[in-house]
Design a protein around this ligand. Structure first.
Ligand code: CO
Length: 479
């Protein structure tokens, strides 16, 4: 507890415009729902509003037929006093493969130029070398423009390697790297209250950087975890306004504000204003429930997450993959295989894309009746070191079986996969005919097919080629 009633207001980062709808309605909230409420949100006094990055970029282009850059500019316009925040997948930017450093730099530059303040950067293996280019880019632009903050997020996970020593060493390394703040990103809701207390205290001892805690309500412990973390000195907690809170999303903003009222951690936020914001989102939530976009399945407590230490999203993926194979009876066998596969490949955190890689390999091992009889390309890449280095060494017997005699890399992901030369120029050449703004090159770099479809759609809209026939759902457009 803070001593002598010394005031130490906890700050709140609001996720409703990014993670909350990514977690509850598959990232489908359109810009037109966001804009009318920005004015009120701007008055709350949030530390920042997360509104971009993660899956929003892909979903905007693919499903909503919106230019994500345009969304960002509109949100920026609506937030005069509040910082905006985005989630960034290290060297993978917002995509699924490592990019050369020039693409990373350009993306950071354009994100800040279009309105982002805080860039939260993570890597699925916690290999800090995969974050460095993005952190350096942010710091450089901050120096030039006076705007932009780099936050490094550690993907939280459990396992032999993940001791307090591990986390504190990472915190020191992040500070040395020149980041402005640290985030503990608990994507699965695995961090339980008393462990959070230990973790935050230990990290606070080794770093002066502000620490932000990000968790999900999936396992039901999240608001208690925040309470203990705040008492232990955490600076910022990530919350979602109540209609888009709980379940697989974050704890509710209003609940955390009320919890700390009158204590040294009092946020000072106005509950009446928060109630107005909640009232605004409630009819939209009802609509999502009615249409089935929001499923009641994601709203409850999934205690299996804690039992098996597997993220909720990974469990539901696994169930549907097994169903497709008519092998639902193998559920338990696969659950038991996941930790073994994870150990074989160096015990990585389970977050996109390592969660899918480990999950799919575990299913194959069980269904084939022999472990590693068949391995996916991604699993092979993980063993080759193409995603970077894991905390623990990988199992040599498995390496010999799956990629016998192959050369393995110990470099960071961009180098391991040969992205050592600038790529922007050649990417631009490929998409030149569609380019209306510099940012389009970046959209194309990340999602070549989806962006091209979008560019054609945009063109068709402008030329008025039978715009009514444009099918927003599957992206078909009249030629
Ligand atoms: Co999250």
């Amino acid at each position: 507890m803070a001593e002598n009633n010394e005031k130490k207001p906890v700050q709140i980062m609001e996720t409703v415009l990014r993670d909350a709808h990514q977690s509850l309605i598959a990232t489908r909230m359109p810009t037109e729902i966001m804009l009318p409420i920005l004015d009120k949100m701007d008055k709350v006094g949030y530390r920042a509003i997360e509104c971009w990055g993660g899956a929003t970029f892909d979903a905007s282009l693919r499903f909503l037929k919106e230019d994500p850059w345009e969304r960002l500019r509109k949100i920026r316009d609506g937030l005069k006093n509040t910082k905006t925040q985005m989630l960034f997948r290290g060297q993978n930017i917002l995509g699924y493969r490592p990019y050369a450093d020039d693409v990373v730099y350009k993306f950071v530059e354009k994100s800040i130029a279009n309105g982002i303040d805080v860039i939260r950067i993570f890597d699925c293996l916690n290999d800090l070398r995969n974050l460095k280019a993005a952190v350096d880019a942010t710091n450089k632009i901050k120096k030039q423009e006076g705007r932009g903050e780099s936050q490094v997020a550690l993907s939280y996970t459990l396992g032999d390697a993940y001791t307090l020593e591990y986390w504190t060493k990472m915190a020191k390394d992040i500070e040395e790297m020149g980041a402005d703040s640290i985030c503990i990103k608990d994507m699965a809701g695995l961090l339980v209250p008393y462990k959070a207390s230990e973790l935050i205290k230990a990290m606070k001892e080794v770093t002066k950087l502000p620490i932000e805690l990000h968790t999900h309500y999936t396992s039901g412990v999240a608001s208690m975890t925040y309470l203990k973390a705040v008492e232990a000195g955490v600076d910022i907690i990530d919350c979602a306004i109540s209609p888009f809170a709980l379940g697989t999303s974050q704890p509710a903003t209003e609940v955390m504000v009320e919890t700390f009222k009158g204590t040294p951690y009092d946020t000072g936020m106005d509950q009446n204003l928060l109630a107005e914001i909640a009232d605004y989102f409630t009819p939209y939530r009802d609509e999502c429930l009615k249409s089935g976009l929001m499923s009641t399945k994601v709203l409850g407590v999934n205690i299996k997450t804690l039992l098996y230490q597997v993220p909720g999203g990974m469990l539901s993926n696994m169930v549907s993959q097994l169903k497709e194979q008519h092998a639902e009876d193998k559920y338990r066998a696969v659950l038991e295989e996941i930790p073994r596969v994870r150990k074989d490949c160096g015990e990585p955190p389970l977050v996109t894309p390592s969660s899918q890689i480990v999950g799919t390999q575990a299913i194959m091992n069980v269904l084939m009746g022999e472990r590693y009889k068949v391995a996916t390309d991604q699993f092979k890449d993980l063993l080759r070191g193409n995603y970077g280095q894991t905390v623990k060494p990988m199992n040599q017997d498995i390496i010999n079986k799956v990629i016998p005699g192959e050369k393995r890399s110990t470099a960071r992901s961009a180098e391991a996969t040969g992205r050592t030369e600038p790529e922007l120029e050649s990417l631009e050449k490929e998409m030149k005919q569609y380019k209306e703004q510099e940012e389009d090159v970046l959209s194309y770099a990340l999602f070549p097919q989806v962006a091209t479809e979008f560019f054609k759609y945009r063109e068709a809209q402008k030329t008025g080629v039978d715009a009514k026939k444009n099918d927003k759902e599957n992206g078909a457009y009249p030629v």
